[in-house]
Design a protein around this ligand. Sequence first.
Ligand code: F58
Length: 807
Amino acid sequence: MTTPRISAPSVEAFSAAILRHLKLSLGKDPEHASLYDWRMSLALSLRDHVVEPWFESTRKTYEARGKRVYYLSMEFLIGRLVEDVAVNLGFEDIAEEAITALGQNYGDVVANEPDAALGNGGLGRLAACFMDSLSTLGIPAYGYGIRYEHGLFEQHFEEGAQIETAETWLSQAHVWEFERPEVTYPIHFGGHVAVEDGKTVWHAGETVMASAYDTPVLGWQGRWANTLRLWAAKPTTNFDLESFNRGDYIAASAPEALARTISRVLYPDDTTDVGKELRLKQEYFFTSASLQDLLRRFLSEGGALKDLPDHVAIQLNDTHPAIAGPELVRLLMDEHQFEVAQAITTARACLAYTNHTLLPEALERWPEDLFARVLPRHYRIIQLIEAAHFATAGETVRIFEHGEVKMGELAFVMAHHVNGVSALHSELVKETVFSDLNAAYPGRIINQTNGITPRRWLYTCNRPLRGLINDTIGTAWPDNLDQLSGLTAHVEDSAFLDRFQAAKDANKARLADWLKARDGVSVDPAAMFDVQIKRIHEYKRQLMNLLETVALWNDIRANPNGAWTPRVKLFGGKAAPGYVVAKEIIHLINDAARVINADPVTREFLQIVYPENYNVSMAEMLIPAADLSEQISTAGKEASGTGNMKFALNGAPTIGTLDGANVEIRDCVGAENFFLFGLTAAEVTARRAEPDYARTAIAASPRLSEVLDQIRSGLFSGGDRDRYVNLVNGLYDHDYFLVTCDFDAYFAAQRQVDTAFADSRTWTRMAALNTARVGWFSSDRTISGYAKDIWQAQSLLEQRDADQNVA
Ligand code: F58
């Protein structure tokens, strides 16, 4: 194991630091301190130890003059940081002992921190895992994004229906960030473009300022820390004094209110067109600020812009920052006198693009008129980019089409590499969404299968299993996850399996306590915890899970004395506020839960639990406690999934389709340790071409027909036959995601799960093999792949350690 970078303080010294912050930073004495005060004091005491490695990493980065990675992402779904920082510093025990010595409960103090929920789901969480791995690997990098005032909405259930309220994480001081009032850039919108003295000039209609806030991102054992720089929108003038003096107080504050709108809320909707203009402005806002910032940094070191690609690798996390292509061209042409061709070539050599979806509706397109109005200069530059692309590749693929600007095509054309996020997904990217571009630019599309940080997703969230792994294979695995394969040798050892099961049981008991305390819900920790947690989407097929639950309920009722394997079906996840069908699915799950959970005949065998407001912290509680991982998307639709990796790592076998990274997980854990069912991606496409495929499937399945009839009859909606009529009819008429076609296979696979779970020793062995065999899914492996295949970026850790030793 590498030695920790930071020498730990004694418990006494750390307690004294907490008390000092309580007094001097919070202005409280211990007698009057609230949980909030203790948490803030703990966070500040930890932060004191982060600053030095952060400075040192920054110094080393400047000295090396090598390549820096810039990860541009609209979303960073971070979660809590107190425990994460304590763990990475190697101070977790000291922090806990100090807080305990001060009379506080460490778990409660840590749980007092609100989640930084600056993301919707997998894409945003991936960005956070990547930041963790970039620091752990010591690759000089900056994350760039938006400092949203309101993160992802909070979800409440009213009579089972989802209600959204604003999230308010910044209503408390955010101790992890440092405001940088001196780092600001103007961001222009609108206006018009004119040619003056042979030069194209953009006369903007509106300007806001992007203002930087920096968060250090500490890697494992504090050996390196990169920066996450988030931009807040501010007005060019804070306050219109003239209006104020006239008594028009609203107009006086208007500039600030208007500017702040841009960084006010995280875009919560992954389906509809609402707020399009604001979203386009958000995208341009953070992309332009980030590019201006990295150019300023590059130029301040005396670099010549033609050499930019040797020093700068810019990764676009999906199409959201795709405006980076034309913006970099604009900066090079309009501010640094590059010719068009040279500007395009230079920009492309810096840029790479990650695709996260094959769903056509999720590939961004902007109406041309909107785009030309908001970004008139970029509109023209994209015309130049398209012309250059036509000249090289012919006119088969256009960036402008049907009155829209297609951001996927723009990102592709302006990137030197495009990557998918799992092996299957990358192949489908080549064959479907970008088949023509793949033919025009062979070799540009590559694969980088996603990964997850084992520090958060095992070491920190699953202490019981951490302890067992440490005792079994030593402590070097958190930054070398392949070492988990060393557990394989122990899966025939019954003492090891006992401890593995004991760890799972402890996590289940903890979840049960938490559900009781938070929601008043009692669950039986001896039952199988069958968990599906993710955004609610038709392609993820939470509906199929619910239909299977109802079918199982029917079977148990028909044979209450059967040898049923007790199950708790746990659901978690939010629906986009405008996504009507997803919200109906949530409502139905809650309605069915009310009826099924109240049934005395089935109660000991089946329960549905749907805790509201699923977020990163809830995932950290649910995943270690799961027995079964539900990864049941329609094959060909889930780009990768990362939850699937987290469950397997924490010893929960998967029931799943051959979709996304499930394919690679199954290859790693072994087919016998994975419950596979369902159509393959090719079969899905073929089945969809068959007439009436859904009605045929329903007619062939008495079990499914019965369930659909029950839902339609109002059995779960108090006799209200209207509530789910559209949802059920949708399955008959346009079951695009083939719930009906996969239902029977899914039901059968679940019965195999029942049988397997009933043999607890075999099950535990299967669970342990899942943990032992998924080390490859560490985001350290993923980031090493990006560094080698896309960025040509080096780790500076060895260099840093060598210098350290000399000193
Ligand atoms: C997800 N995309 C993929 N998008 O669905 C998942 O398979 C993959 O594992 C993950 O990315 C990481 O690669 C995703 O989370 C979003 O949340 C977008 C947010 C902005 C609007 C469009 C959807």
